[in-house]
Design a protein around this ligand. Structure first.
Ligand code: FAD
Length: 542
């Protein structure tokens, strides 16, 4: 099979035009081609408003001899042999017997993919999730956005599918992938109902509307393969002996009980603050880590399109995205994060009296506004300056900011126009940009949520981004806060066997453990964790 890269073709092209491009690149006729598979498609807007797709395609010719002849022609620099690392689940090496079924705690992407692989390979995992199954969760989240009454068991952070269920569903990751896990994650998503294009788009995304069904189907696959999914079931304690896990304590539908276990995967996500506290009490080794905090900004999507594509609405292209970085005078990095084209800002809170925001979109990304976090890195030194120390110092720092955000909006999402943010004044009216939000909002002093050093860094960042996107720092840009759940403030440190450094049998996994950031990297870490369990133990047999 041949792989052709750098096939550049104007947007809006037909399938036949792409085929002709392939024929010309290889110097073959249509009859000599058996199949063409798109492997990657990215957008080249350097000559806007003329915009091109750049493809990488795999081509199978009817005759292998011809493929070899083409490969020997040196001048075809963008043609190579198509090599694929296909993902393989490892065979068991140590062959220890597992006495109890493995327990996976948390059904975000990390836990879901870990449980999925364990189930597919005969380990019959028990997946426990503190929140509701995704169908019920959707209703609870929508009720929260309508009424403001928070369900602390099930919300944007907790429940089946994890934190990214109400999201833009961006699936790109920068994680290096020699083992082929990234493509395997995308393939598993497609097998459960995600659109096929995620396999080749340079910046794949699913969208909340589709993701909800994908998550439900993955649960059904886990159950069909012998796994068990238990909802409203919270891990509340871990009993250890001889430095190993012996059993876990759970609270299921309000009742306490014990599950004997020797393998417990902790795929808790970054918001399980009560569980982090329980782990600390139990003596599991944890450390504070850096993360980032800031605001969410909203612009008219048509302005972002104009800047990126040279036109307010391109007939063939999706709503445009951006990714920007800057350095503030105080040396802090400021960057955009989790950008949602045509999306909504959501109230993503999970604790009473505290408020945080995030972004989501539907598959069509057809909303009026583009939104993105603009965030600044904070380190354990920042939490110490705020009076917080120890492994959970970052959690306390987050809580403090979220309390200030809650107060700034009286329980609603506080919003402030950038012109007023610069002066710390409460806004009284909007300009051209009106908030597109899930959850009630009101004017409040967003700047006042932050220590001044962070607020001024955010301001400098937004002003610097004007150089890249005209209009980014307009006075009517809408800011809301607080973005405090960008990644985990804690690391549950693990060793090379993927187990906790001081409790054998505990497998910290995914974003909450500090080993992933984003849907795909969390899912890949879940796979890696399932592999680590499989290398050590035989498949469970009763
Ligand atoms: P989580 O998804 O947080 O899952 C952890 C699960 O564990 C939760 O379901 C929780 O209820 C459960 N849990 C916690 N404690 C316990 C306990 N004690 N007992 C039982 N269960 C427990 N990332 C992207 O890549 N693209 C995006 O577009 C994107 N958009 C986002 C939008 C929003 C609104 C949010 C909140 C996040 C978004 N993210 C996005 C980030 C992404 O969702 C996370 O990086 C990812 O979900 C982390 O996966 P995880 O499995 O490690 O943890």
């Amino acid at each position: 099979m041949l792989r052709i890269g750098q096939l550049k073709i104007k947007t809006g092209h037909t399938k036949e035009e792409l085929e002709r491009k392939v024929e010309r690149a290889l110097g073959v006729s249509r009859e000599e081609i058996q199949s063409i598979e798109i492997r990657k498609r990215s957008i080249d807007a350097r000559k806007k408003p003329e915009i091109y797709y750049v493809y990488t395609v795999d081509v199978k010719l009817t005759k292998v001899k011809k493929e070899k002849a083409i490969l020997s022609r040196r001048k075809l620099k963008d043609v190579s042999e198509a090599k694929e690392t296909s993902y393989e689940f490892p065979a068991c090496r140590e062959a220890s017997e597992m006495k109890h079924r493995p327990v996976v705690v948390g059904s975000g992407p990390a836990g879901l993919f870990c449980a999925y692989l364990l189930a597919k390979h005969g380990y019959r995992p028990i997946l426990i999730e503190r929140g509701a199954p995704v169908e019920e969760r959707k209703k609870a989240v929508e009720a929260f956005w309508e009424t403001g009454v928070l369900d602390t068991r099930t919300n944007v952070q907790f429940g089946e599918g994890g934190a990214g269920t109400f999201s833009d569903g961006k699936l790109n990751t920068l994680v290096k992938d020699p083992a082929g896990r990234n493509r395997e994650v995308l393939k598993i998503f497609v097998a459960h109902g995600a659109p096929e294009e995620i396999l080749y788009e340079n910046k794949p995304h699913i969208g909340t509307d589709i993701l909800i069904d994908v998550v439900r189907r993955m649960r059904e696959s886990i159950e069909d393969s012998g796994g068990e999914c238990r909802f409203y079931t919270k891990l509340t304690g871990i009993n250890t002996g001889d430095g190993r896990v012996k059993e876990i304590r759970i609270e299921e539908q309000g009742k306490e009980s014990l599950i004997p276990a020797e393998v417990v995967v902790l795929a808790l996500g970054h918001s399980a603050r009560d569980t982090f506290a329980m782990l600390k009490e139990t003596g599991v080794f944890l450390e504070a880590k850096s993360f980032a905090v800031g605001v969410r900004v909203e612009h008219l999507q048509k302005r972002i399109n104009l800047s990126q594509y040279g036109t307010e609405q391109h007939p063939d292209l999706p709503a445009a995205a951006y990714k920007l970085t800057a350095k503030a005078e105080n040396g802090r990095g400021v960057y955009t994060f989790c950008m949602c084209p045509g999306g909504y800002v959501v109230n993503a809170s999970s604790e009473e009296g505290r408020l945080c925001v995030n972004g989501m979109s539907y598959h069509g990304r057809a909303g009026k506004n583009a939104n993105s976090a603009v965030i600044v890195t904070v380190t354990p030194e920042d939490y110490a300056a705020d009076g917080n120390q120890g492994p959970l110092a970052g959690v306390e720092f987050q809580r403090h900011l979220e309390e200030r955000a809650y107060e700034a909006g009286n329980g609603k999402i506080p919003v402030q126009c950038f012109g007023d943010f610069k002066n710390g004044r409460i806004s009284h009216s909007f300009g051209e940009v009106f908030p597109q939000m899930k959850g009630a909002y009101c004017f409040g002093n967003v700047r006042g949520i932050f220590p001044e050093e962070i607020a001024s860094s955010i301001q400098e960042g937004i002003e610097a981004f004007e150089q890249k996107i005209h209009g980014f720092s307009r006075d009517d840009t809408v800011l809301s806060g607080v973005e405090a759940r960008t990644s985990s403030p804690v690391r549950i440190t693990r060793d090379e066997t993927m187990q906790s450094v001081n409790v054998q049998g505990l497998y910290p996994c995914g974003e909450g453990a500090g080993y992933a950031g984003g849907i795909t990297s969390a899912a890949m870490d879940g796979m890696k964790t399932a592999e680590a369990v499989a290398k050590k133990y035989q498949a469970f047999c009763e």
